[in-house]
Ligand binder design. Structure first.
Ligand SMILES: [Zn+2]
Length: 499
């Protein structure tokens, strides 16, 4: 029988461009850092796919016995509109637009991100640090980089010196495969470029203009940190100068992750990350998902079906299952047909899960069916083999469906439990449940018409009408403990299963 502990997991490492065997620096501990969202608007599906992929990695590493410290930050300052050194701060811009405090914007969209993450059953990280909560660390890092000669001050801003970095034997561009000469040719003449020694130099600290709303005092005057710096400081603080895994969306490879490596190496002379992982993009009906093409929808629109490209509503677990049907490094195409197929597939698995929790072994006089026993054990091992192959959830799910076939046969009495033997019978049911619930993070969704919940919801509406907020909060907490949320006085339970 399969021993799950410390499975030989292979991870595609962007740095080496091949699948490397995962060997943690200090097993059983694993340090993992993932770039979190910039909280200036509602979290989009592309982000969710990235966080789901690392949720699967987090769950799988935990499942096979590692103790994982998972750090995922919240970017609440410094990420500029152009993703580089120019333009307004994304959060500052939205604050002006909505006439709110920047920290209100940050809170609003952090809450949205947490709500949506909970709907998708993403496990919260171990630590969720914010950029504004680590300004001291960032100012210290800039000071150290200047002292080491790796950065220079210019007109109240501080820039990282790429030429010096490369002269010291480093290779800027090694992660993303970018060539310095090509990058120079692509450089446009933008704001702040005249302050730089080399157009490729990037900001560690930016001088703030008087109208810039988010700014702090520093040895170089009033300003704010560059976007790339927070991840270097926070990963080093919580995971050490070198740690196991760093992840993010493919679009972060350059410049963000390239700059993180440069900052860390210039500070410590140590390669900061051993395994770099990047998730692929989403497409809709074969086209890149983008606001300008009007084909991007929010998670909430998927759940309500309220978008011109959507035929119907899809539940969070349907979408989760749908995303897991593709391995994280392949593109994932959203279409109604594919989502409807996923809805059917997920219902079959969910039904199987209910059966697996009910079926009992009965010791009857029947012949052992060695062929079936072998096939079941192959499927269990097949699930691990697929996960070990760079988290190939697509193949892992195919193995689950093979296990489901036997669960359905047991339920229909087409095969007797005793024909499988108690060990294989138990392994089939237990692994089926653990793979679905713990590793893939798929949970049962409630169907409508649950009497107790309906009663509580009615009470909630009544208390709300008479403004008894103490009671309202009590009921809200009750629902929260059940993993439910109230939106617009409706419980999010409207994805009933068809039996
Ligand atoms: Zn980052």
């Amino acid at each position: 029988m399969t021993d799950k502990t410390y499975q030989p997991l292979k991870i595609f490492n962007t740095l080496t461009r091949k699948k490397d065997l995962f060997v943690p620096l200090a097993a059983p501990y694993v340090g993992m850092y993932v770039c979190g969202p910039t909280v200036y608007n509602n979290v989009h599906l592309g982000n969710i796919r990235t966080f789901l992929s690392f949720d699967i990695l987090y769950r799988y590493l935990t499942h096979i016995g590692y103790k994982v410290r998972y750090v995922r930050n919240i970017t609440d300052v410094g990420h500029l509109v152009g993703d580089g050194d120019e333009g307004e701060d994304k959060i500052g811009k939205m604050a002006k637009l909505q006439q709110l405090e920047p920290m209100e914007i940050v809170q609003r969209y952090t809450n949205d991100f947490h709500d949506v993450s909970a709907e998708f059953n993403l496990r919260p990280p171990s630590i969720e640090p914010t950029a504004t909560g680590h300004l001291i660390e960032q100012i210290e890092a800039v000071t150290a980089l200047i002292e080491k000669g790796a950065a220079y001050e210019s007109n109240g801003s501080v820039y990282f010196d790429i030429a010096k970095y490369n002269d010291a034997g480093n290779e800027y561009g090694k992660l993303s495969g970018r060539i310095i000469e090509d990058l120079l040719n692509e450089t446009r003449d933008l704001d702040g470029q005249s302050e730089k020694r080399n157009p490729l130099d990037f900001a560690l600290w930016k001088k703030a203009s008087p109208e810039h709303i988010m700014q702090w005092d520093s040895p170089w005057g009033m300003g704010f940190p560059g976007w790339h710096l927070e991840c270097t400081c926070m990963s080093a603080k919580y995971l050490g100068k070198q740690f196991d895994i760093h992840g993010g969306g493919m679009d972060l490879k350059f410049p963000h992750h390239e700059c993180e490596i440069a900052q860390a190496r210039a500070l410590t002379n140590i390669e900061p990350v051993r395994y770099w992982m990047h998730t692929n993009m989403l497409t809709v009906n074969g086209q890149k998902m983008s606001k300008s093409l009007n084909n991007s929808f929010l998670p909430s629109q998927l759940f309500s079906g309220d978008h011109e490209l959507l035929d119907q509503a899809y539940s969070p677990m349907t979408v989760r299952f749908f995303m897991l049907q593709s391995q994280y490094r392949s593109t994932l195409d959203f279409s109604n047909d594919a989502l409807k197929a996923a809805q059917k597939g997920y219902k079959r698995l969910a039904n199987g899960m209910r059966l697996a929790k009910m079926l009992k072994y009965s010791d009857e006089e029947v012949a052992r069916d060695d062929k079936k026993i072998e096939d079941i054990e192959k499927s269990v091992q097949g699930f691990y083999d697929a996960m070990n192959d760079d988290l190939n959830t697509s193949v892992a799910i195919a193995n689950l469906f093979n296990m489901l076939k036997y669960i359905n046969m047991l339920n229909m009495n087409q095969v007797k439990s005793a024909a499988l033997g108690e060990a294989t019978f138990t392994s089939l049911l237990e692994n089926f449940i653990v793979f679905i619930e713990n590793v893939l993070g798929l949970k049962e969704e409630l169907s409508e018409g649950h009497a107790v919940l309906d009663g509580m919801l009615n009470l909630y509406r009544e208390y709300k009408a008479v403004q008894n907020y103490e009671k309202v909060d009590e009921i809200r907490t009750y629902f929260k403990l059940q993993g439910l949320a109230i939106r617009d006085s409706k419980l999010r339970v409207d994805w009933a299963y068809e039996e």
